[in-house]
Design a protein around this ligand. Structure first.
Ligand SMILES: NC(=O)c1ccc[n+]([C@@H]2O[C@H](COP(=O)([O-])OP(=O)(O)OC[C@H]3O[C@@H](n4cnc5c(N)ncnc54)[C@H](O)[C@@H]3O)[C@@H](O)[C@H]2O)c1
Length: 324
């Protein structure tokens, strides 16, 4: 099979991370890039040995697979453009900012053998992968959970505090762990949420209760103005005298009964690309396009995950009633 020609729309921080990883993948050739800021596109193209093209359409046309790495607001429109041109799509989270766009993406590109993948790297981060493994192996049967996902600020990049651009703070970092709720515990039956606009012009404090179809339940909190003091992200799972928790994506600890010692797996020495799951998610995308089954490819977030996440977040914002 000839290498997969991969193009980029958006050439900021996360695009740089993906391109750096893809450069080492033998099944990929980096193609063209477009960013609304020409100087950024040109610099990105030079750094990664890519071609600068002056329109989104030209990059899509040039590519077998398109990475969408522009701000949230543009994701749905760009995804639809690429899917309509029968291209494989890797889109950074979020999937879309409302259910009507999410529905259009669900219906686009179906049946054409195109691969779609959402950028939920945490699914592949060793700490969360280990939690999933322990649950799937029946080492722990979760009864309840306690999750938090904070941000230090909404200032860098500047568009992060603008709900017109992001869709609201929950569509930003916090969405990673909303996705982890479904990844670890399955579908959600009911959410109950309160929130407030405390510091930024968007809802920036959330307290949410999840009730899952499986009968288990948990709490989820998120604030956008915490400072970057650790821990800003933590999942605690409680079973029958058993528990698992992580310290960021640095380590995961678990104790599976009252007699055993606590086991701790430490990942802090891994490069961030592996520790945060970026390398693994890129491998999964390329493996899926090449038709190769791999451990990674079974973990991906697909369109249906994207749709369900948007459905959940809409329901949370509707309950809070303060807009985004
Ligand atoms: N999965 C993760 O861990 C992770 C981390 C960071 C960002 N993200 C997501 O990636 C996306 C980009 O975030 P970032 O941190 O790289 O932002 P960034 O501001 O560093 O980069 C975004 C780039 O997109 C360009 N751009 C804006 N509108 C565009 C358009 N319509 N077409 C083409 N280019 C456009 C900007 O000029 C900028 O260079 C966001 O959706 C964000 O939520 C995901």
């Amino acid at each position: 099979m000839s290498p997969i020609r991969t193009g980029f729309i958006g050439a900021g921080d996360i695009a740089r991370s993906h391109a750096g990883i893809l450069k080492d993948n033998r099944d990929v050739v980096l193609g063209a890039v477009y960013d609304i800021k020409e100087d950024i596109s040109r610099q990105f193209a030079a750094e990664h040995g890519m071609q600068y093209l002056s329109s989104i359409e030209a990059v899509i046309d040039d590519s077998d697979a398109v990475y969408i790495a522009s701000p949230n607001k543009s994701h749905a429109e760009l995804t639809l453009l690429a899917l309509e041109q029968k291209k494989h799509v890797f889109c950074e989270k979020p999937f879309a900012l409302n259910l009507s766009d999410a529905q259009k993406i669900m219906e686009s590109g179906e049946g054409n053998g195109q691969i779609y993948q959402l950028g939920f790297n945490r699914r592949f981060a060793p700490v969360y992968w280990k939690m999933k493994e322990l649950i799937l192996a029946g080492e722990i049967f979760p009864k309840s959970f306690n999750i938090k996902m904070n941000r230090g600020e909404l200032q860098v990049p500047a568009w992060l505090s603008d709900p017109e651009q992001t869709g609201g703070f929950l569509f930003e970092s916090a969405l990673h762990l909303v996705d982890i709720v479904r990844y670890l515990f399955g579908d959600v039956r009911k959410v109950t949420a309160v929130g407030s606009k405390s510091i930024y012009p968007c809802v920036d404090d959330f307290s949410i209760i999840f009730e899952m179809e499986s009968g288990i339940h948990g709490v989820f909190s998120s604030t956008a103005h915490a400072t970057w003091i650790f821990p800003f992200e933590r999942v605690e799972i409680y079973g029958d005298h058993s528990s698992i928790f992580n310290n960021e994506m640095e380590s995961v600890s678990f104790c599976l009964d009252l007699e055993s010692e606590v086991e701790k797996l430490e990942y802090s020495q891994l490069p961030i690309e592996d520790r945060w799951g970026y390398r693994q998610e890129n491998k999964a995308f390329i493996d899926r396009i090449s038709g190769q089954q791999s451990d990674e490819s079974s973990l991906v977030a697909t369109k249906i995950d994207g749709y369900k996440n948007v459905e959940l977040l809409e329901s949370i914002y509707d309950q809070i009633g303060l807009g985004r």
